[in-house]
Design a protein around this ligand. Structure first.
Ligand SMILES: [Zn+2]
Ligand SMILES: [Zn+2]
Length: 369
């Protein structure tokens, strides 16, 4: 399924070419449809079309070239035909740019990385996105073997789970030599916006033993899901001008009037960031994870950040090794995370998901090509 321009989708065939040495051919089992794919479809941001979108890829091995053993990093076992794998969207960092030299642990800041699902497909290797039958894995990519006891409906959540784990890690204040800062057991966490990422953040917090998890959203179905993922309190945000004020009053009520120790903004709506600054307690931490795309601005008082002595942290994807932790989490969590997969589509139905035709209760549609 090729996006030739914003809002233009067409099914295209690509001629079968023999693999280059170092490549691996995968057959896609399931690819998750992500909010970022929708922004791509609507033309938010600057992209070079045509693109085969889809970066949450669960696939099986069809062919491995000899050179792939050195060229592709495979974690978790050996590759055999039919082996299920998840593909890390981001390729290896270059190791030479400003960010690789100065921030090597933040691999997604590399200026030269290539990302599956976001690269133009009119030049080789063409098959570089998940909304397709096959993907050609290139040298300098990362594959993780899916454990046999992990069902497809969970494994397809590896990528968004890596985002959620990274967001929670950002709240932990690593390196701060004072116990009592950031996220800990016994703390109060607030998750604003419980779509797929927000729900997975709730599930991860639950798994960590955070005892008070507040979820806020406008959608009652999502709030019910948040409870199933482990939220202890849900706050309905009324739609309309007064909505944020009403929600804020509720939030303060369930945190002794102080606000939450840690707030995760997962809604991807600018107003939600303003709510996060209001809903966090003094000395607390705000993690901004919802805005992978620029959705606009919001008026806010920077004074709040000073007066509350806040830590505000961003999340730009995750380092590639976070897939290891995501797979372990999905393998062991007792929370029914697989219920996040609400729709199973074929390739020609991708447009429905991207246009938002699946309705407000759609969480994670997956495509089975
Ligand atoms: Zn995604
Ligand atoms: Zn680099």
């Amino acid at each position: 399924m090729v996006m030739t321009a914003p809002q233009q989708l067409t099914i295209a065939e690509f001629p079968e070419r023999p693999l280059q040495d170092g490549e691996i051919l995968l057959r896609v089992r399931l690819t998750g449809v992500c909010g970022t794919d929708r922004h791509l479809f609507w033309g938010h941001g600057v992209w070079a079309f045509p693109i085969i979108a889809g970066h949450e890829i669960l696939a099986e091995v069809v062919e491995v070239t000899d050179g792939a053993a050195d060229a592709v990093t495979v974690v978790g076992g050996a590759l055999r035909n039919g082996q299920r794998v998840v593909l890390v969207p981001s390729g290896a960092p270059c190791g030479r740019c400003f960010y690789c030299l100065n921030y090597p642990h933040r691999t997604t800041l590399c200026r030269h990385r290539v990302v599956y699902g976001f690269r133009r497909c009119d030049e080789p290797p063409h098959l570089f996105g998940g909304f397709a039958e096959f993907v050609r894995v290139q040298p300098r990519s990362f594959l993780f073997v899916v454990p046999d006891d992990l069902p497809d409906e969970r494994a397809v959540l590896t990528e968004p789970t890596a985002v959620a784990l990274r967001a929670v890690e950002r709240a932990m204040a690593p390196g701060v030599p004072v116990i009592g800062e950031g996220l800990e057991i016994g703390r109060r966490a607030l998750v604003i916006g419980v779509g797929t990422i927000g729900l997975l953040v709730v599930a991860v917090l639950k798994g960590m033993g955070v005892h008070h998890i507040i979820a806020a959203d406008t959608n009652p179905m999502r709030l019910a899901m948040a409870r199933a993922m482990g939220a202890t309190v849900v706050v309905s945000v009324p739609i309309g001008e007064q909505g944020m004020d009403i929600a804020l009053r509720h939030l303060r009520d369930c945190t002794d009037g102080e606000g939450a120790d840690v707030v995760f903004e997962c809604a991807g709506v600018p107003a939600a960031f303003a709510l996060a600054l209001e809903g966090v307690c003094r000395g607390g931490t705000v993690v901004e994870v919802g805005h992978f795309t620029d959705t606009g601005t919001v008026p806010l008082a920077p004074h709040l950040i000073c007066r509350k002595d806040l830590d505000v942290r961003g999340v730009w994807a995750y380092p590639w090794w976070q897939f290891r932790d995501a797979l372990r989490f999905l393998q062991t969590t007792p929370v029914p995370v697989e219920t996040l997969v609400t729709h199973r589509l074929n390739l020609s139905q991708v447009a429905d998901a991207l246009r938002g035709h699946l309705g407000p209760d759609a969480l994670k549609p997956v495509v089975a090509p």
